[in-house]
Structures are given as C-alpha cells and as structure tokens.
Design a protein around this ligand. Structure first.
Ligand SMILES: Nc1ncnc2c1ncn2[C@@H]1O[C@H](COP(=O)(O)OP(=O)(O)OP(=O)(O)O)[C@@H](O)[C@H]1O
Ligand SMILES: [Mg+2]
Length: 399
C-alpha cells in the first residue's frame, strides 16, 4: 500500500456508507487489500475486454470471464508451447500462430505488445478477431511475476470495415464500368446506324423470298443489338447526370396503346394474352414521349420474358385527382422477396434458374426516367411463381 505525503493510504479506499456523505478511509490495511482485490476481481470479470495472465514460467494463471468466452473452455494450467493449438490461436489470415507470435508469449519475453491482431477460432464456435496489448509484470522488488495481455473483440468492427470496403470497391468498379460503357457504346452504335440504313435499302430492292427473310433476320438482330447499346449509353448518361427530358403534353393512353401494339407480335408468338382496358379516359401528363415509351417497353418486355406460355399480362390505369397510376401485371415467375428490394438496381438480375437475355439495366433506367418526371415506380410480387406487378405513377398535367 502506498502512503501519500499527508499520511493517508493511496489507491482505493473503502467509503463508510450512511455517514452523511463524509468519506471515512478504512484503516484496516488487510481489509483494504481484500476490498481492493474484490473490486479488481469484479471489474475484471465484468470487462468486455478479455484479460489473461501467466506466471514467470509461462503457466497460465488468470483468465477473466470475457477470455473464457472467447476460448469457450475453462482455464487449466498448460505451458506456452501448447497455447496456440489448445486455445485455437490464429493469425489474421487464419493460419495457426507460432508459439513465439502469441501476444502473451511476446509480452512474457519482455516485449511491450501493442495492438497485435489475433484470431481465436475454436472448433464449433464462431471465430473472433481480437486486438491485444500487454506487457510483463514485476513485483515491487523488481522480480518477474509473469505477463498480462488485454484483448478487445473487434470481430464486428472488422466485418463492418470489410463491408464498407466492399461497397466502396463495388462503387469504384461500377464507375469504371460506366466510363468504359460510355466510350464503347458510342463507338459501337455508329456502324449500326449504317447497317440498319443499308438493310432498309436492300429490303426494298430484293425480290427473292429467302434473301428477304434473311435480311429481316439481320434487321431484327441489329435492332436488338442497337437496343442493348442504347441501354448502355443511357446508363452512362445517367451516371454522368446527362440524361435530359424533352417534355411535351401527351396522353398516357396513347403511349400505352403504342407499346401494347408493339408488344402484341411477341406476346402472340409466346401465346400470352395482353388484357388492357377497352377504353380509357385520356389523361394528360407532361412527359418525354420517347422516354416514357422506353419505360413501358421495358415493363412489357420483362412481363413477356418472365411469363411462361399461356400466361396473361394485364394493364391497369387508375386516374386520380392529381396523378395517374399505370400498372403492368403478369402471371409469370414472380420475384422473390429478398430480390424485390434490388430489382431497380443497376445490373441486378435474379440469376437462379435459366439465364435470360438482357443486362439487368431496363428497370434502373426506367426508375431514373420516371423520377426525372417527378413520378415513382414500384414493384410488387406475392413471391416466386405468383406473378409480378410494376406500377408507374406520374403527376397529371395541370394545363
Ligand atoms: N415481370 C417480371 N417478373 C419477374 N421478374 C422480373 C420481372 N421484371 C423484372 N424482373 C427481374 O428483375 C431483373 C431486372 O430487370 P431489368 O428489366 O432491369 O433487366 P433485364 O430485363 O434482365 O435486362 P435488360 O432490361 O437490361 O434487357 C430481371 O432480370 C428479373 O430478374
Ligand atoms: Mg428488362
């Protein structure tokens, strides 16, 4: 016990309770020592940090509760040679630690250990990553008592950092993809315009049936390729904030009708019925005709793509006081709940089962377009095999 210049004992004193707040220092040194031990013990047992100590011979002499939890086993005296294996001590990369790397061994050797990372991975238990600091312990006469190491569990912190790094890397990758896309899409699109132009010229001149049908196939494929490239260009435009709208006052029913008419051949080929209201009350919005067509074109293409033969696609229009809501509902494969929150993400595709055509861009482009219009787009599905419904809400024109 150290004695302060004023004669009182230093360190922790016992405060007598009920003495009108007056602190009375205990005079009984033995009692003080045992109180102090009691306090120390209680603190050690309740720390979330693990504390482990060994004696001068390297025999483990103390484990607090947190350490017992990390290791999942009760203390028993074993020599340092066996620590690593017995207590499943690993390096950050998961390989087993050599004896001389174990923080407590390093501390016992005389090293001041600071922030050494160690993974404790007992069989049948979750691996915990701990960060350790420690040093040798001496008694007052300078005799070596052993060593102590304090371990803080940083498993969650590391997982969070890893997750953050993954997200940052993904963002960086997507950015690089966008830049590449912008360049590649631009270069690929130019020659297609000329291919389509010449196909058109040839179609007018060719008489031979076989040649005409070959040409029609070339035209279809080229158009499909042009569509893909246009989607890529849009993504690049959206990423750089360059997607702009040419708004005009138009009727949503016109847009729906033209997209439905364009989708009929594909629907008939797949024996899918498209059921739309027989007549609509024309509803005006301020919108970009081409972009709005693009949105519904993708919704119909998706509905037909993900609905098996014999299915149905329903079109619903609800006109409200200040907005109009248009839904495309199908009886197709539906969308799993965990994927539903990601359908509008770029490059998102439900990969289970057969791979479908496309890049997973249509819906992300659709969302941007609708949001630029001041509207919203939502997806719903009661689950796998139970169909899906996509709804677009747009503000009505006030003119
Ligand atoms: N009607 C639907 N039914 C079931 N799943 C759908 C439906 N519409 C979209 N999905 C799911 O959402 C994903 C993303 O759709 P999105 O339109 O963005 O991309 P895509 O159709 O795969 O490719 P792209 O539109 O770029 O050609 C699809 O791959 C599919 O997994
Ligand atoms: Mg699509």
């Amino acid at each position: 016990m150290s004695t302060k210049p004023d004669g009182s004992t230093g360190g922790m004193g016992r405060v007598a309770s009920g003495d009108a707040g007056a602190a009375v220092l205990a005079s009984d040194a033995a009692l003080l020592t045992s109180d102090r031990q009691e306090l120390l013990w209680a603190v050690l047992e309740n720390l979330s940090e693990g504390v482990v100590a060994c004696d001068a011979s390297g025999t483990l002499s103390f484990f607090n509760r947190a350490t017992r939890e990390f290791h999942g086993m009760a203390e028993e005296p074993i020599g340092p040679q066996e620590w690593s294996e017995r207590y499943s001590l690993h390096r950050a990369d998961g390989t087993l630690m050599n004896v001389d790397e174990v923080p407590l061994v390093r501390a016992l050797r005389g090293e001041i250990v600071r922030d050494a990372v160690m993974v404790i991975a007992p069989r049948n238990r979750e691996a915990r990553t701990v960060i350790c600091s420690g040093r040798r312990l001496y008694d007052r006469s300078g005799k070596l008592l052993g060593a102590v190491v304090v371990m803080r569990d940083i498993t969650e912190q590391i997982a969070a950092e890893r997750h953050k790094a993954d997200l940052a890397r993904e963002r960086e990758l997507n950015h690089a993809k966008d830049e590449l896309l912008a360049t590649v899409a631009h270069e690929l699109r130019n020659p297609l315009t000329s291919v389509l132009g010449w196909t058109h010229v040839l179609k007018l001149q060719l008489q031979d049936e076989e040649a005409r049908s070959a040409l029609a196939a070339i035209e279809r494929s080229t158009r499909m390729q042009a569509q893909l490239i246009d989607d890529l260009s849009d993504v690049a435009r959206i990423a750089s904030g360059k997607l702009t709208l040419n708004r005009e006052r138009l009727f949503v029913q016109e847009i729906l009708e033209s997209v439905i008419a364009g989708s009929r051949p594909a629907a008939e080929k797949k024996r899918i019925a498209i059921i739309a209201p027989a007549s609509y009350e024309p509803t005006a919005v301020e919108a970009d005709r081409i972009r709005l067509q693009q949105v519904f074109w993708n919704l119909f293409t998706n509905a037909l793509k993900f609905t098996p033969s014999g299915g149905t696609v329903f079109v619903e229009v609800q006109v409200r006081h200040d907005h109009v809501r248009m839904s495309v509902r199908d009886t197709g494969r539906g969308i799993k709940e965990d994927f539903l929150s990601r359908v509008f993400d770029r490059y998102a595709q439900e990969t289970a089962g057969r791979r479908h055509q496309g890049l997973g861009l249509g819906l992300s482009i659709a969302r941007t377009i609708i949001e630029l219009h001041g509207g919203s787009i939502t997806a719903a599905s009661e689950g796998e095999g139970r169909g899906a419904v996509f709804s677009v809400t747009l503000p009505r024109s006030v003119r």
